[in-house]
Each structure stands twice: as structure tokens, then as C-alpha cells.
Design a protein around this ligand. Structure first.
Ligand code: GDP
Length: 435
């Protein structure tokens, strides 16, 4: 997906807008100064166009110098990574020196920019936005994060500037595998290890997108392509090692993949950023495998692996479906376990269950544990059918979708999983009315 980044001074309301755009998908407005936000990016959609939206202002600091530094860094990140930039300014504060400086940077980059003038709480008072024409990016869009007004106009303007997606197409029988994880978890090392394995035949053509290097290879008759974001980073760019940079790059790799290998540093354990990346693979509906690398460097006894797996389960509650592989890219120990797991989860990701089998399982589940009543009304399930693969998506037709509670849906999902496997893949369940 193309990336839309929001830049602007602290307190112009970036996170409010960010949250408005993504709706109830994720994210919390975290307005304590100096605190890294919980979510920096999210999938967005407008007029049928998909994109990722990034709030580059993760850390907001007080003091003029610090503010300038942080805004400058945001702008550089956005210029580097975004396809369209929302430059947010504050109608109440008016044009500031920092705004001017950012405008210059953005202008020189020639990236498409949409100026959003926030805190215009009365949209008829458009005189408030005139001074922002001078930034040089055409018509500023008046919005109010507090009232939620103008957001549609803003998104219209953004979507108009989105590029057509670049992509390299692969045949359906190719498993597209993205290696994701923070810097230094060993992505490049793992790519080299996999490609150096016995019986791996690497095609000579490696495709290159703006954000990844694709390496097609074959092993035992199965075709794969490794989507490797680390190789690009190694070319050396300014902010290459910052968190957000690698996150954004990972997002694009995930979009293009069937299977996400979420690399975790076995020596260091799990940190917040790992969760962001994994969460995105989950939301994007991709198959996932946790790969705990550097296992050679970990002091172990017979319980270490089990404990580490539990540690992963505790941190990634919503991804209990994803298998865990422990290995060392460096010594190649246990490396042979990886591709069979990739094959398996990829198969599960594309699994299609016949309607009558699915209905048998759900009928049994309902018989064992009938839906609870809600204000005297009881959920009735009419029938279930799988409408899509990658990820498997089930539609449950019910008398009233409001009566389907999260916990009951979870129960049904678990029963379906128990009956059909679906290891490594999210399963989506949608309820529709039909009595
Ligand atoms: P990337 O940034 O994710 O691509 O990580 P690299 O592949 O560049 O690896 C980062 C560092 O970790 C390098 O110094 C590697 O030698 C080291 N490393 C990678 N895999 C392993 C491993 O399995 N075991 C150990 N001990 N070190 C590793």
C-alpha cells in the first residue's frame, strides 16, 4: 500500500486526525508529552483506495530547539518514505517559523503535499485558512479534529495524489515470504542462510521495488520469493536505523507477502516494536511465523524453548495461531525447520472448507454451548459459509448481528480452528443478518 504520512509541529492535532482517519481500527490518542505513542501507523481506506497512514511524530518534546529537531526529523522521514504527505498546521496558532521551515523541506522534496489546517472549529470561517496559501502547496483544507469535520475533504485530496501501485507480479504457485523485524534481528543473515541451504536454487533475477529486494528461489519443487527489506537498508540512508523507518518498510513488505516471518532476537527478547510489526501482519490478514533468531547465543536448558514460547504467547495474545521456530541464521542450526513451516502456514492461509463441513462444526459448537441471551433475545445462527481465502474468511448469517458477542465469536473461531487446523493464519469472521 502507498504510505500517507502526517507531519507537523507538536500539538497541532496529528494524532487526533490520525485516529479519525483510521476510525475504530486501532490506536489511542496518547497526549502525554515525551511518550512514544502506542500506534504509529495503521491501514486506512478512502473511496476504495487502500493506504497506510503514519503519524511520524512519535515523540513530542518541549522547548523550541527540541521541537524544531523533532519536526525536522519527521519531515525527513516522511520525505523518505511517504507517497503523500499531510502537512498539518494550526489555525489557532497561525503560521509559525517551524511551519515555514518544514514547508521548505517538503517543497524541495517534490513529494505531493496536502496542507491540513486543523482547529478550524467553525468551517464557515474559512478566512482562517487564507494565510496558509503562502506555504505554496495549493488550497489548504480546513479541518477540525475535535469536531471531526473536514476529514472527508482532506482524504479526497490525499487520495487524488496517491500513486498507482508499483508491483512485481508472481504466479499463484509462488509463496511470497516477507522477512520483517527490527534492525539487527538478523534479517539479512537469515536471507543468506536460506539462500545458501542445500537444494535451494536461486533464480538469477532479483526484482527490486523501491522498498525491497525480491529473490525468487525454489526448493524441492516449491517456488518461493523472499521479500527482503533489510537489503535496501544496507545501501545506507540517513535514518535507516530508526524505528519508524524500518516499520514503514516492513509494512510495505507485509502487504506484498503471503507469509510474514516475524523475526525476534532470541538474545534480547521481545520489545514494543516487535508487537507493532506483528500486529500489522495480523491486521493485514497474512500468515505469520515467529522466528526466534540467534538461538545459538542463548544459554539454554531443557525449559528455555518452552519458556520463550510462552513469553511470545503472553506478548502476542491475538496471534496464538502463529507457530514459533527457533533457529540460528549464523550457525544454521535448526534452519531446516523453517521452510516446512512456511509451506504449512501458506497452505492453511489458502485453505477452503466446504460449507457443509463448516456448518456441521458450528452446529456442534452451538449444541454444546448455546449462544447466551442478551436482553431476552437469543442469537440464532442460520448458516456459515467461507467466502474468501488468504485469509480464510467466514460469513455467519444470524438473526441479529448485534447479538453476536466477541466472546462467542471467539468460541466459534476456536471450534473451527480445532476442526480444520488453520495454523499460522488469521481467520476472519463476519456476521450478517439473515433470518
Ligand atoms: P538485520 O538488520 O535484521 O538485517 O540483521 P543482520 O542480518 O545484519 O544481523 C545483525 C547482527 O546480528 C550481525 O552482527 C549478525 O552477525 C548477527 N546475527 C545474525 N544472526 C545471528 C545468529 O543467528 N546468531 C548470532 N549469534 N548472531 C547473529
Amino acid at each position: 500500500r502507498p504510505v500517507v504520512a502526517i507531519v507537523g509541529r507538536p500539538n497541532v492535532g496529528k494524532s487526533t486526525i490520525f485516529n479519525r482517519v483510521i476510525g475504530d481500527r486501532l490506536a489511542i490518542v496518547e497526549d502525554k508529552p515525551g511518550i512514544t505513542r502506542d500506534r504509529l501507523y495503521a491501514p486506512g481506506e478512502w473511496s476504495g483506495k487502500l493506504f497506510s497512514i503514519v503519524d511520524t511524530g512519535g515523540i513530542e518534546i518541549d522547548g523550541e530547539d527540541e521541537i524544531m529537531k523533532s519536526v525536522r526529523m519527521q519531515a525527513e522521514l516522511a520525505i523518505e518514505e511517504a507517497d503523500v504527505i499531510i502537512f498539518m498546521v494550526d489555525a489557532m496558532a497561525g503560521l509559525t517559523h517551524a511551519d515555514d521551515e518544514v514547508a521548505h523541506m517538503l517543497f524541495r522534496s517534490r513529494k505531493p503535499v496536502v496542507v491540513a489546517v486543523n482547529k478550524v472549529d467553525n468551517l464557515r470561517r474559512t478566512d482562517e485558512i487564507y494565510e496558509f496559501y503562502s506555504l505554496g502547496f495549493g488550497e489548504p483544507i480546513a479541518i477540525s479534529g475535535a469536531h471531526g469535520t473536514g476529514i472527508g475533504d482532506l482524504l479526497d485530496a490525499v487520495v487524488r495524489k496517491l500513486p498507482e501501485l508499483e508491483d512485481i507480479e508472481y504466479e499463484d504457485d509462488v509463496i511470497r515470504v516477507a522477512l520483517i523485524g527490527r534492525p539487527n534481528v538478523g534479517k539479512s543473515s537469515l536471507v543468506n542462510a536460506i539462500l545458501g541451504e542445500d537444494r535451494v536454487i536461486v533464480s538469477h533475477v532479483a526484482g527490486t521495488t523501491r522498498d525491497a529486494i525480491d529473490t525468487p528461489f525454489e526448493k524441492d519443487g516449491q517456488k518461493y520469493v523472499l521479500i527482503d527489506t533489510a537489503g535496501m537498508r544496507k545501501r545506507g540512508k540517513v535514518y535507516e536505523t530508526t524505528e519508524k523507518y524500518s516499520v514503514m518498510r516492513s509494512l510495505k513488505a507485509i502487504e506484498r507477502a503471503d507469509v510474514a516471518l516475524i523475526l525476534i532476537n532470541g538474545e534480547e527478547g521481545i520489545i514494543e516494536q516487535d508487537k507493532h510489526i506483528a500486529g500489522y501482519a495480523h491486521e493485514a490478514g497474512k500468515a505469520s511465523v515467529f522466528v526466534v533468531n540467534k538461538w545459538d547465543a542463548v544459554e539454554k536448558d531443557e525449559k528455555t524453548m518452552q519458556n520463550f514460547e510462552q513469553h511470545i504467547r503472553d506478548h502476542f495474545l491475538f496471534m496464538s495461531y502463529a507457530p514459533v521456530v527457533f533457529l540460528s541464521a549464523k550457525t544454521k542450526s535448526r534452519l531446516h525447520k523453517l521452510l516446512p513451516v512456511v509451506d504449512h502456514v501458506s497452505e492453511q492461509h489458502a485453505l477452503r472448507i466446504q460449507t457443509h463441513l463448516l456448518n456441521d462444526v458450528v452446529a456442534d459448537a452451538v449444541a454444546i454451548n448455546p449462544p447466551p441471551t442478551d436482553k431476552g433475545k437469543r442469537l440464532r445462527i442460520n448458516y456459515v459459509t467461507q467466502v474468501a481465502v488468504k485469509p480464510p474468511t467466514m460469513v455467519i448469517f444470524v438473526n441479529d448481528p448485534e447479538l453476536m458477542h466477541f466472546s462467542y465469536q471467539r468460541y466459534l473461531e476456536n471450534k473451527i480452528r480445532a476442526a480444520f487446523d488453520f495454523e499460522g493464519t488469521p481467520v476472519r469472521i463476519v456476521t450478517r443478518r439473515k433470518s
